[in-house]
Design a protein around this ligand. Structure first.
Ligand SMILES: [Zn+2]
Length: 396
């Protein structure tokens, strides 16, 4: 045990800040916007970096040819760990909202700026620089570390980590998903139901609205009470469920009473909310109560997409080791948190039943924004934490 702690310390000490920045900039300068682009270019760059670290990366393609990069380092030994990061980024948006070009990887005032700096090419660079440090320190890992650099996380993960799960590649003892968590330990994440609500009315001449039923008005009455669909539940890490009316469509012409109105509703789920009928049931209950007051209100619901919430046992080995290495690196108590967004961790936790922590440098508050950035010092601390974690979990 003392040997492992010394080795972890040595590995962290051998992490080169120059590696972290070089890898991060190499990844950021190859755009992989999703939707709208592909991960092919950045997958090649990631594979080259991994080759330079002595790995033999392979590219696994989804049926739609989206590439995920897999590479195993370390071993032999029986323990195994997966480190997961996604290669795609959300679109940069309007370039004039950026004060630095989104794909340049500029560094200013101690910040690395660019699309993916925090979410999550920066964390991927940190995870690769961590292994470079381990090698530089001359440490042989006592088990295998497999990088899963996945396609398509930002648009649902169905062409990336989900494919790895379906092909039986999520077999490790534990996993780390390096989403930007400000170096806290994410042990729970919310899920989401995309609910489509449709109000049905009756068309009529716009000058004689009393002859029709206005579907937009029905929907408006429903939306004014939308929060009533939320159950009164709370998770210690993931908080409470939320609901957001995200997109609306209705009506056919300015002089026609609309007979149809539909809204896409983003209903976020907390761990424990796994019953689709229960979620839809509360929507129906609200519709029934509106209908009881006004007979003409006719609302129907369906779930278009469903992502299960997920949580890992805070007492699991990976959580215990991760907590210890964060404390060793930062000198502060590690904080257990819940992740508000949906991540690929759910495929490890719910799909493959692998204990998984979300742990990475950078903040979700700047992810997906213009001028996305990550503090260079935090990125390097992230690399040092990963170096300690890989040695601490797998042994040396
Ligand atoms: Zn992300």
């Amino acid at each position: 045990m003392a040997g492992t702690i010394d080795a972890a310390e040595a590995a962290a000490g051998a992490v080169e800040p120059g590696d972290v920045l070089r890898f991060a900039r190499a990844l950021i300068t190859v755009p992989s916007e999703n939707p709208g682009g592909t991960e092919d270019g950045v997958a090649t760059v990631a594979a080259e970096i991994l080759e330079g670290l002595g790995a033999a990366p392979e590219i696994v393609r989804s049926d739609e040819q989206r590439p995920s990069v897999l590479a195993t380092v370390g071993g032999p030994g029986t323990a195994s760990l997966a480190w997961n990061g996604h290669l795609d980024v959300v679109p940069a948006g309007s370039l004039d909202t950026w004060s630095h070009p989104p794909f340049a990887g500029d560094v200013a005032s101690g910040k690395l700026i660019g699309r993916g700096a925090a979410d999550m090419k920066g964390p991927i660079a940190a995870a690769m620089a961590a292994f470079a440090g381990i090698r530089r320190a001359g440490i042989a890992l006592g088990g295998s570390l497999t990088y899963h650099l996945a396609a398509d996380e930002e648009f649902g993960g169905v062409h990336g980590t989900k494919v790895l799960w379906e092909r039986g590649l999520l077999t490790q003892d534990a996993a780390v998903v390096g989403e930007p968590s400000e170096l806290t330990l994410g042990l729970a994440e919310r899920g989401g139901a995309m609910v489509v609500a449709t109000a049905f009315g009756k068309a009529a001449h716009g000058s004689q609205p009393h002859r029709g039923v206005n579907a937009i008005t029905s929907m408006a009455r429903f939306l004014m009470r939308l929060e009533e669909v939320l159950p009164d539940v709370e998770h210690p890490l993931a908080g409470r469920p939320t609901v957001n009316a995200a997109m609306i469509e209705g009506g056919s012409a300015p002089n026609v009473v609309p007979d149809r109105c539909s809204v896409e509703i983003d209903r976020r789920l907390i761990p424990g909310e796994t019953d689709q009928d229960a979620v839809l049931g509360s929507f129906r209950d609200l519709a029934d109560s509106l209908h009881a007051d006004r007979e003409e209100i006719d609302l129907r619901f369906e779930i278009r997409e469903w992502a299960e919430p997920a949580e890992t046992d805070p007492g699991s080995e990976i959580a215990r080791v991760a907590r210890g290495v964060v404390e060793a690196e930062t000198g502060r108590r590690a904080v257990d948190t819940g992740f508000t967004g949906i991540t690929d961790a759910r495929f490890y936790i719910n799909g493959a039943h692998i204990p998984t922590v979300i742990l990475g440098p950078g903040s979700l508050t700047v992810a997906h924004t213009a001028d996305e950035w990550v503090d260079v010092g935090e990125l390097v601390a992230g690399a040092r934490i990963y170096a300690r974690l890989f040695v601490g979990f797998l042994g040396a």
